[in-house]
Write a protein that binds this ligand. Sequence first.
Ligand code: GUN
Length: 279
Amino acid sequence: MAAIIMDGKALAEKVKGQVRAQAEALARTPGLAVILVGDNPASRVYVNGKKKDCAQCGFYSEEYALPAETSQQELLELIETLNSREDIDGILLQLPVPEHLDEQALLHAIRPDKDVDCFHPYNVGQLMIGEKGFLPCTPAGVMRMLQEYGIDPAGKRCVIIGRSNIVGKPQALLMLRENATVTICHSRTQGLKEECLRADILVAAAGKTGLVTGDMIKPGAVVIDVAMNRNAEGKLCGDVEFAAAQEIAGYITPVPGGVGPMTRAMLMENTLLAARMHG
Ligand code: GUN
């Protein structure tokens, strides 16, 4: 039987509707500042999407589209200004930044209570020990989708392909928090196919088109494709061979229309949380 397709687009619309209703009940409008350095076309698309989401949720948003040559010092000064502004609840530095910039130092300069991406070491630490606070947007979006489809990770084998700070590592923490048995695979993993075949929940976040083939999927498994790649024809696709996987999996996310819109919806939730914290 073909897998159930998990509709991230529809769920994201529902979440944003809930965020808007909660934002309207606040005494002031939540505000998000987005910083984009350089002219990466994919980043431009993402930033436009985030601005649209803000409008949809009734948030104030501000964009800083800066030339690729912007210096570290100029960016640190901008972040410092945004840190001290009362109308700005969240600050997002779109990644990647140009090579001459120290990405980590910039992310660490964002005040933790405005770090709606959950990239600051303080927030990463809070996540690690299970304290309340911001959740990283993509992994949180995955967990929300599982919840919506009534999939409880407790006791299940979860295999994550990818160990990035943005997806793989925090995804493992959130799965662990929900009592899954977690394995992280990466480019040096031996026997990736065998690892994947044991997965009740498989999260692909490697960024390699066609990496996960149908014969790597356990019948009935939940297959979550986080990747956003372009195939040879320039079409958006994930890491999973969708047509083959769909025949074997129990649930599967499409690309586009799966995890991507959920990531954006979780950013709106984090911005709402920041506004609540700021009172
Ligand atoms: N670039 C790709 N994904 C992300 C993300 O989640 N946050 C930011 N700031 N930049 C990104």
